[in-house]
Design a protein around this ligand. Structure first.
Ligand code: ZN
Length: 201
């Protein structure tokens, strides 16, 4: 379950002087507080959602919302207040963007590794391979490398998830499925994404 919601923090407080209160009809001043609202995920501020200001007459103590102020007071307030959201309001967003970039980088790195491995195969390399049927996946281990061919032994099992093949990667699961391929055939299988991942220990 993801916890998310909205919270607020005080951005600024201050006083507007020389204004006329519409409640007590006095030439006086008003104290104000500006609150910033932000969305959070697991209590990590993620992005700002708005601002809210409250005002209080220093004479009669009546509180006002911004929309209840006269044009004159509103104008004075807005002249001296343009608070921006603090950078920590965006912490969660920064974390999310960071995770996405790390994910992209790892995936890119994995692609580069795969290309290295396929062009210079070694005994013990484990190929993730699409099975004969749609949506079935299995593994094949390189048992011998010659100048122009590869000897593979296939795993006895298949899984129905691309990423589930790790679970069947046990030595005792490679028993009978021995096949030889030319290097060119292997490259073609990789190019066609039949061999879709390579692990090397
Ligand atoms: Zn007042």
């Amino acid at each position: 379950m993801v916890f998310f919601g909205s919270r607020a923090s005080k951005l600024k407080e201050g006083r507007i002087s020389n204004i006329k209160c519409t409640n007590c009809d006095t030439q006086t001043s008003m104290d104000y507080s500006i609150f910033g609202k932000y969305a959070h995920i697991y209590w990590i501020p993620t992005f700002p959602t708005g601002k809210k200001s409250v005002f209080e007459c220093t004479n009669c103590k009546r509180t006002f919302k911004k929309k209840e102020l006269t044009q004159q007071i509103k104008h004075k307030f807005e002249l001296e207040n343009k608070p921006s959201f603090p950078i920590w309001y965006f912490s969660g967003l920064a974390v999310i963007i960071g995770i996405i970039f790390i994910g992209i980088w790892i995936s890119k790195q994995n692609d580069l590794d795969n290309e290295d491995y396929i062009s210079a195969p070694q005994v013990g390399d484990v190929y993730s391979v699409k099975g004969n049927q749609e949506d079935y996946y299995t593994l094949a281990k390189v048992t011998k490398v010659t100048n122009d061919s590869l000897h593979l032994i296939f795993n006895d099992y298949e899984t129905d998830k691309r990423t589930g093949v790790n679970k069947i990667d046990k030595d005792e699961n490679y028993t009978v499925g021995r096949f030889n391929y030319s290097r060119a055939e292997i490259l073609a299988l990789f190019k066609d994404n039949i061999i879709y991942d390579i692990d090397r220990n």
